[in-house]
Write a protein that binds this ligand. Sequence first.
Ligand code: GTR
Length: 418
Amino acid sequence: MKKLFFLLLLFITMSSFGQTFVANYDESKMPAYTLPDPLIFNDGQPVKNKDDWKKRRTELLDLFEKEVYGETPAGKVELSAVVISEKSGLFNGTAIRKEVQLKLKNKAAEVVLHLLIYLPQSGRKVPLFLGYNFNGNHTVSADPDIAVTQSWVRNNPAQGITANRSNESLRGSDATSWPVSDILARGYGMATLYYGDVDPDFDDGFGNGVHALFPGKRNSSSWGSIAGWAWGLSRVMDWLQNEKSIDAKKIIVLGHSRLGKAALWAGINDLRFAMVVSNESGCGGAALSKRIYGETVERINSSFPHWFCLNFRKYNNKEENLTVDQHELLALIAPRPLYVCSAEEDRWSDPKGEFLSCVGASPVYRLLGKQGFPTLEFPGLEQPVTGTIGYHIRPGKHDIKPYDWKCFMDFADGFFKK
Ligand code: GTR
């Protein structure tokens, strides 16, 4: 009997491993699909004016919460901050670097975030980019003073990461993603923190990270990690907005890849963010789901079962049943400026699907009296197109590069440096 059970288990395991996922990269093999219209209410009535949009926005937000990212708990936390280090005179006497510890606390738990901030030393209030980093603040710059993250990180024996702890050897390893001196030279500040401080990126049943602050029974629309990361960005905003050298009305939230998905959701839920940047956020980010190109809903839910709410799994291989698509997600940022970028070789993130999302979000911007996205034509490489929504595709792989940053800043200049 035991042997039979074992054989059965072996069979089930082997057959599930046997189903290798083959991504579709052929436009001609995409299903025919119709995108839902962001300007039609769920009951079929048209959205005619700005007041109608307010109601429609609530409807759409509710759908994305319940069916995709999960609902963020309404409970509050206490926030306290301690400046851990502060150094001025960096970059030839032009900049200040600060490390700030933010403690989020309530009766259930305490979560500690470590913020790394660079500000021009001008003393003027500056616009600022806020975004998560993937591997810890010490990877953002080779500066030996930045504390090595003590939070959980994914093991990577090739980099000497074992026992889920980072180390000195990674210092500055992600510096090309954070061109600090360029950012400062253009008059922007920059704040970053390790996303694993907010929620370690593995499926632990939502016991750790910010989920621990709101324990209790979970249901099919309880929040996942992306919503947790987005919420964390808002808590950082709570603190940044009172900083005297930061212009609280010009804080831009940005992110690459999974952190781009989190930046989008943060910008949507927190209207204090003045602009949003999605860099190659792909499936569950800026890319349309219904195209079935590159990463799919089924694939993302199986690789990362903790990112979205359980309801999102209803759409595994059934994208046609989604009543929303990601152009409507982008529309929820309106009328604020939004910049989306793709990379040519990053087909997994579906560059065309990201571009079409910008096109699809545009009518909402126009209803609100903004330009939206100025073209229906997919632009050439390194030819940014900009309205209130901006987009570019650059050559190369899935990454965030100084060129991308240059484009975000060119775009942001148009709104914040007038
Ligand atoms: C991939 C995932 C993408 C994207 C990416 C990243 O493995 O499939 O959705 O988020 O990770 O964050 O680098």
